[in-house]
Design a protein around this ligand. Structure first.
Ligand code: G1P
Length: 302
């Protein structure tokens, strides 16, 4: 089948949410700019796209999100300063950010939901398949999660969603699928054909324990499906509902990806990701590990 299936060249990053789970830090700063060690959340997602072969980035921004645009822009003053001080390694790290992508921005004037945010990218994406990345979900894996999804997309030529099993008592925080396993590459427990999707169901209504995680490969007919989708959960246009609509006309697949996912939009998840990523750093890991060993974990709160 490969060859007839159009290549995924673009990735859409919805980044217009209000970040209420991280107030007050996100009052004046986009949550996508919260740093995990020393890189903003959104940069992890963008690097994942690049390592998956996707270089055209569309960021859907909202009010007060100029820090994101500045981050991926060239900073002449900063580069000049670093150069004059001979900080060549830092200079390289700063330059790489603006060099690595071709980025376009579109604004979502009102935070009307994830589906609405994706729809704002319609003109920039055009009639091509594309990836969608929610930067809250930081995924650490041997093969980038988007690359894993692309492998499935390149076989079936249909939408592919990242799936993860979650405990029943947490299922209401996610879009949840009803799905049947299909045999793919000799395995029968990682790829699923989706029968139904529901956004944030009550635990007793959840069709399974398979949750949608913020990585999607979408075909451009999702835009028409979203245009036909009314407000759902929370009064917002939900991507999950749009996909449910799309299911009437074409199959959708899911992949239980390999890797560890951190919900960095949540305070505890963010702390866990910070610790894990810091421990792994060549320049910090050893000292940080030693520090953690010295922390008295049973100390009563001050
Ligand atoms: C969004 C989606 C949901 C998905 C989740 C993954 O919800 O609407 O279907 O399961 O991302 O992180 P949010 O967490 O933005 O409320």
């Amino acid at each position: 089948m490969v060859g007839m299936i159009p290549t995924v060249r673009k990735a859409v990053f919805p980044a217009a949410g209000l970040g209420t789970r991280f107030l007050p830090a996100t009052k004046a700063m986009p949550k996508e700019m919260l740093p995990l060690v020393d890189k903003p959340l959104i940069q992890y997602g963008i690097e994942e796209a690049i390592h998956s072969g996707i270089h055209n980035i569309v960021i859907v921004t909202g009010r007060g999100k100029t820090a994101i645009e500045d981050h991926f822009d060239v900073s002449f003053e900063l580069e000049h300063l670093l150069e004059s001080r001979g900080k060549s390694q830092t200079l390289q790290a700063v330059r790489e950010i603006s060099d690595m992508i071709d980025v376009a921005y579109v604004r979502q004037k009102e935070a009307l939901g994830l589906g609405h945010a994706i729809l704002r990218a319609k003109d920039l994406v055009g009639h091509e398949p594309f990836a969608a990345v929610l930067s809250d979900d930081v995924i650490d894996s041997r093969v980038p999660c988007l690359r894993q999804l692309l492998d499935v997309y390149e076989y079936f030529g249909c939408c592919v969603l990242a799936l993860m099993e979650v405990p029943r008592d947490q299922i209401s925080a996610y879009g949840v699928v009803a799905a049947d396993p299909v045999v793919h590459n000799g395995a029968s427990d990682t790829v699923f054909r989706i029968r139904d999707l529901v956004e944030k169901p009550r635990p007793e209504d959840a069709p399974s324990n398979l949750a949608i995680i913020g990585r999607y490969i979408l075909t451009s007919d999702v835009f028409e499906a979203l245009e036909a989708t009314g407000p759902g959960r929370g009064g917002e246009i939900q991507l999950t509902d749009g996909l449910r609509h799309l299911l009437h006309t074409r199959p959708i697949f899911g992949l239980k990806f390999e890797g560890t996912r951190f919900d960095a939009g949540d305070k505890l998840g963010f702390l866990k990701a910070t610790v894990e990523f810091a421990l792994r750093r060549d320049d910090l890991g050893e000292d940080f590990r030693e520090y953690l060993r010295s922390v008295q974990l049973d100390r009563s709160p001050v």
